[in-house]
Design a protein. Structure first.
Length: 188
């Protein structure tokens, strides 16, 4: 049931039998239908999730407009970082774009594992670094590159998003209008 997650974690740093058993006991699995809310704005993000199957997007709202901040899919970790790490209400909502299966661990369980199994800190550090660098790279492209280049970068680095996510969310994610996205797609 947690094979993909455990494979990912073992590739980062081999887990002991005790850690594997402990994780198996505390992980919570959820099956979510398309368009189901995993986290609603104003709620505290109490769990960090691994996506086994499906795709989700995270968005915030500005002037009643939903702005996609990121997409997560198979083998990604999904979280509202500020809400989770500070245990405060979040500004983001996380919603499924497809039928989705996730496996999660609560904030307190994660903190307990870091203390009880110090070797797990390596996995936490590696995953945090990975997502921080992806976030930084995306911010660079949104601030520095032209709309066409942003789309081409997405197409090159994450083609599955272009294939699976609704165009309105892709346009929002790239910081462009649907009309601009349509023109870019027609010109390619």
């Amino acid at each position: 049931m947690h094979d993909a997650l455990f494979a990912l974690l073992n590739n980062i740093s081999p887990m002991t039998v005790g850690l594997t058993e402990h994780l198996s006991a505390v992980l919570v699995s959820r099956e979510l239908a398309r368009n189901e809310v995993l986290l609603k704005r104003g709620q505290v993000c109490s769990h960090i999730y691994f996506v086994e199957r499906g795709m989700l997007h995270c968005y915030y709202e500005r002037n009643d407009v939903k702005i996609t901040a990121w997409f997560m899919q198979e083998n990604d970790v999904i979280i509202s970082a500020k809400s989770f790490f500070l245990q405060i209400p979040g500004e983001e909502s996380i919603v499924t774009l497809e039928d989705t299966v996730v496996h999660g661990i609560s904030f307190q369980e994660l903190e307990d594992i870091y203390v009880k199994y110090p070797e797990f800190n390596v996995a936490g550090r590696v995953l945090t670094s990975k997502y921080y660098m992806q976030s930084e790279e995306r911010l660079y492209y949104l601030r520095k590159e032209r709309a066409r280049d942003r789309y081409l970068f997405l197409l090159k680095t994450q083609p599955e998003i272009v294939q699976r996510a609704p165009l309105k969310h892709i346009a929002s994610y790239l910081g462009i209008t649907m009309e601009t996205l349509s023109r870019i797609r027609a010109s390619i």
